[in-house]
Ligand binder design. Structure first.
Ligand SMILES: CC(C)[C@H](C(=O)O)[C@@H](O)C(=O)O
Ligand code: SF4
Length: 462
């Protein structure tokens, strides 16, 4: 009578403190340049080593430029961040995929694609979107820098057991509706605080039918409705994706692993603290109109009026629309936009580029659009080239950039100018997220592709 979450959690308990947190063993620890420097400095000042160096993987992604990566980073702050990570990797003897390494890329893209992320694992990283890895049937969650230090030093973490929630998507998605639309729909229904305190398991026919890329997109956005993380039970899709990946088990070990992974699902009679059911066939391509991912609507919808009569929430709703330059009752379909960003750990994988390329094939980039197409990793970029998608994109007037977080959070040079509208496949539309004053409209790679060729917000299913 256990949920998938319970099975994995219980298998990783080291000690339980009565009425206190659990000491949980961590199988995999990912680190990037933004949240690790103080943690390594802490180890250094206490004269400690990394306890299980083989379980720790480092990559540079947030601060790296997406052009001229073979040259020194121009921005001083970014160069310092990346150099610090490089030095820490060397000093502590850790696996590091830095700039110029063929395995470099966004932490949540390179973990799965190299087979470091596996079913049944506990996975942490000083990054909220660590929830992405839950797509493999793992307990994966973001941690703070002091916890990064704790995991480096002990391979364990203190955690309070979250409540469990199951979100079931019944039925099938319509043509042109993607995992990103499922996620935006779900957050718009449950709100950005709707899953606070919970660990979510996604289930149902529409989830089972998703590719691993789609499941990663869905799990990635769990955090945007407050969840501690999201997960999908591993199945044949999961095993097929992992089979043959460099750091996944091989040979006999593979067979043993799959036999164990097949037990990783919620028991029929398992009880969740909360159950939510959605009808997948009701979901349309989605866009956001405000400054949090919950402020989302179907692409042909009209911006709602603020709900209720609580002055503070009416105020923040109005502030959001003001920032975006929108009004309640306004339709966004057909509205001209300025930038299109395809990329991030939400939608920067091969399938996202296939979707985008397939849509723009034989069409041309609109003149009013600046498009930034940023693969999530060098391996994704290589695959794009191997499939000839780069040629299709080029013929349509698009260029590929080099991998990294890029305009998802604009810690590098890729900043959307103030007041400009960007249709972005990333996960956050907060004020200033893509650059000071930038206006973000979150959407799927298909909606992004449609905007890129029409110059406007366009329903890709029409
Ligand atoms: C920089 C990092 C701490 C941050 C996160 O935790 O999510 C970033 O990745 C983001 O997407 O905002
Ligand atoms: S791509 Fe964006 S959301 Fe993902 S880790 Fe980088 S900054 Fe965070």
């Amino acid at each position: 009578m256990k949920t998938l979450f319970d099975k994995i959690w219980d298998a990783h308990i080291v000690t339980e403190v009565k009425d206190g947190p659990t000491q949980l063993y961590i199988d995999r620890h990912y680190c990037h340049e933004v949240t690790s420097p103080q943690a390594f400095a802490g180890l250094r000042s206490r004269g400690l080593k990394v306890f299980r160096p083989k379980q720790t993987i480092l990559t540079a992604d947030h601060n790296i430029p997406t052009m001229d990566q073979d040259k020194p980073i121009r921005d001083e702050v970014s160069r310092f961040q990346v150099d610090t990570l490089t030095n820490n990797a060397r000093e502590f003897g850790l696996t590091y995929y830095g700039l110029g390494n063929p395995k470099n890329g966004i932490v949540h893209v390179i973990g799965p694609e190299n087979g470091y992320t596996l079913p049944g694992m506990t996975i942490v990283c000083g990054d909220s979107h660590t929830s992405t890895h839950g797509a493999f049937g793992a307990i994966a969650f973001g941690i703070g820098t002091s916890e990064v230090e704790m995991v480096l030093a002990s391979q364990c973490i203190l955690q309070t057991r979250p409540k469990t929630m199951r979100i079931t998507f019944r039925g099938k998605l319509n043509e042109g509706v993607t995992a990103k639309d499922m996620a935006l729909y779900m957050i718009s229904q449950l709100t950005t605080g709707g899953a606070t305190g919970y660990f979510v398991e996604y289930a149902g026919e529409a989830v089972e039918n998703l590719s691993m890329e789609g499941r990663m997109t869905l799990c990635n956005l769990s955090i945007e409705m407050g969840a501690r993380g999201g997960m999908v039970a591993p199945d044949e899709t999961t095993f097929a994706y992992l089979n043959g990946r460099e750091f996944a088990p091989q040979g006999e070990k593979w067979d043993e692993a799959v036999a164990y992974w097949k037990t990783l699902k919620s028991d029929e009679d398992a009880v969740f603290d909360k159950e939510v059911v959605f009808d997948a066939s009701q979901i349309k391509p989605m866009i956001t109109y405000g400054t949090n991912p919950g402020m989302a609507m179907p692409i042909d919808g009209t911006i709602p009026a603020p709900e209720g009569n609580d002055a503070a929430s009416i105020n923040s709703f109005e502030k959001a629309l003001n920032y975006m330059g929108f009004k309640p009752g306004e339709k966004l379909e057909g509205k001209a936009v300025d930038y299109v960003f395809l990329g991030s750990c939400t939608n920067g994988r091969i399938e996202d580029f296939r979707m985008f390329a397939n849509y723009v094939k034989g069409k041309k980039k609109a003149d009013n659009i600046t498009a930034w197409l940023v693969p999530g990793s060098w391996q994704v970029r290589k695959q794009i080239e191997a499939e000839g998608l780069d040629k299709i994109l080029k013929e349509a007037g698009f260029e590929l950039r080099q991998p990294g977080c890029s305009a998802c959070l604009a810690m590098n040079d890729d900043k959307i100018p103030a007041g400009k509208y960007a249709v972005s496949t990333s996960n956050r539309n907060f004020e200033g997220r893509q650059g000071p004053g930038a206006r973000t409209i979150l959407a799927s790679p298909l909606v992004a592709a449609a905007a890129a060729v029409t110059g406007r917000i366009t329903d890709p299913t029409h």
